[in-house]
Design a binder for this molecule. Sequence first.
Ligand code: SF4
Length: 318
Amino acid sequence: MSTVFGPVPSRRLGQSLGIDPIPAKTCNWNCVYCQLGRTVPLINERKEYIPRPEILAELQDALKAHRAGEIDWITFVGSGEPTLHSGIGWLIRAIKQITPIPVAVITNGSLLYLEEVRRDLLAADAVLPTLDAGNGQLYRKINRPWPEITFERLLDGLKSFSREYQGKLWVEVMLIEGLNDPPQALIEITEILKEIHPDQVHINLPTRPPAEAWVKAPSQEGVLRAISILGEIAHPVSPAEGSFDLSGHASIEEAILDILTRHPVEEKVLQQNIDRYVPGQAGQVLQNLLESGQVQIVERFGDRFWSIARAVYSDKKV
Ligand code: SF4
């Protein structure tokens, strides 16, 4: 599987060329809302999971394959926590030498308490860490972190990074009904944001299948409450389900598996995209994928989503 994918449409980052520098679902959190399913097991080891020259070579090939203007951002993101790759700083600096396209890092922020991780991210043009909770109890309930990554360490890291970093700091808050959408939970997050001074706060909603079936997006009222409490730099964003680049793979099935490894896709969106590449063959392509045993169908929120078969979703309802 390639470590560079896309470009894919992103509401915040336009056409985003993704770099996924770690094996699937390598993460030190196990968020209840994770669209990639449960983290089994939790991993908190920083190392060079994939050789950095290999990732850089793939990126150079991808840049050559696209015309100027087709890529708005190069984004470290994907199927886990990208700062677990110990070469991320080297990679960001190397990318800045070969292209003027801005670089973003989507991270859970849990390792920012480590000086070397903060130093690694300094050269990025935008860093998007997560802050879903304003107290340790809620943090453990929502993000279910590796035990040593305490709430205090998360806050220390965010505050230190915001003092040292010159680029754009966009904090992401995943809003979950009944957990962090009540007024008191939002006020606690706001108090922390006042110390971090982000440039923007992005309110995300769990619109793709969450690891835990009981996770729900808040009502419109909950979203409006979050916007009013988190302040004027806060605004909702949701994943852009536009068109995918299905070229550059040995088969269309492989291209789809590459996308599903990064996130589940709603069935009708998948069908539309396949039809654009091979008109009239969407049904057959999806059937081939199902028969290969590499995908699963997850029903959530009244819709059918396609996901990679190894993703672990709970069907428990509470
Ligand atoms: S949402 Fe991100 S941080 Fe949370 S478990 Fe999934 S990959 Fe890890």
